[in-house]
Design a protein around this ligand. Structure first.
Ligand code: GLN
Length: 193
């Protein structure tokens, strides 16, 4: 059984915990370094990335999170993707820079433009369709060298990975499908991959 931390400063952390518990793993809500030290993997959930980053800096968690992501797997969903990116083009804030992607925030429009649509997953050696929920989602506008594309929606990459870092611009915790969490916990960044 793995211990999966969920950064619980803000946003949509409880639904992730339910999914992880359904998969038989332990969850820890992370608000400080002591909690983070107990974790094998970490999820940074959706929410408001500007608020998240302010809290991360106020609580002195920036370096701790960067060090964690260099050593252990981290999964960022929606705002979590923005926080993990190297560059955010339309805002003057500094993300953690753990994955070499360039991101545009709120690229699909406002809350009212949120949508559900099928995306094409391409991981675990299988290609399949998956119903994804996008809420004021960011767009990955550039993936630099080494970044793997794990899902796309039309022409956009909506899930990507590099080294220990996995990101998705949608909300896998809001469906009943455990596939994406199962991938992150049981298959992603395992030795030999
Ligand atoms: N629009 C939010 C942001 O920029 C992200 C939305 C979400 O996480 N659902 O931070």
């Amino acid at each position: 059984m793995a211990v999966i931390g969920i950064l619980a400063l803000q946003g949509d952390f409880e639904k992730h915990a339910l999914m992880i518990q359904k998969l038989g793993h332990e969850t820890v809500f992370v608000k400080d370094q002591i909690a983070l030290n107990k974790c094998d993997r970490l999820i940074i959930p959706g929410g408001e990335s500007t608020t998240f980053l302010k809290l991360i800096d106020r609580l002195n968690l920036r370096k701790v999170l960067i060090d964690f992501g260099a050593a252990k797997p981290v999964f960022g969903t929606c705002a979590g993707l923005i926080i993990l990116a190297k560059e955010v083009i339309n805002d003057n804030f500094k993300p953690l820079g753990l994955i070499d992607i360039e991101v545009s925030r709120n690229a699909y429009g406002r809350q009212i433009d949120s949508f559900i649509d099928d995306v094409n997953l391409d991981f675990n050696g299988a290609k399949e369709s998956y119903e994804a929920i996008f809420i004021r989602a960011p767009k990955i506008i550039k993936c630099f060298e080494g970044v793997r594309h794990l899902a796309c929606h039309m022409d956009d990459i909506v899930m990507a990975a590099n080294k220990n870092i996995l990101v998705a611009s949608f909300h896998p915790e809001l469906t009943d499908d455990l596939k994406i969490h199962d991938f992150f916990i049981n298959h992603f960044a395992r030795e030999g991959q």
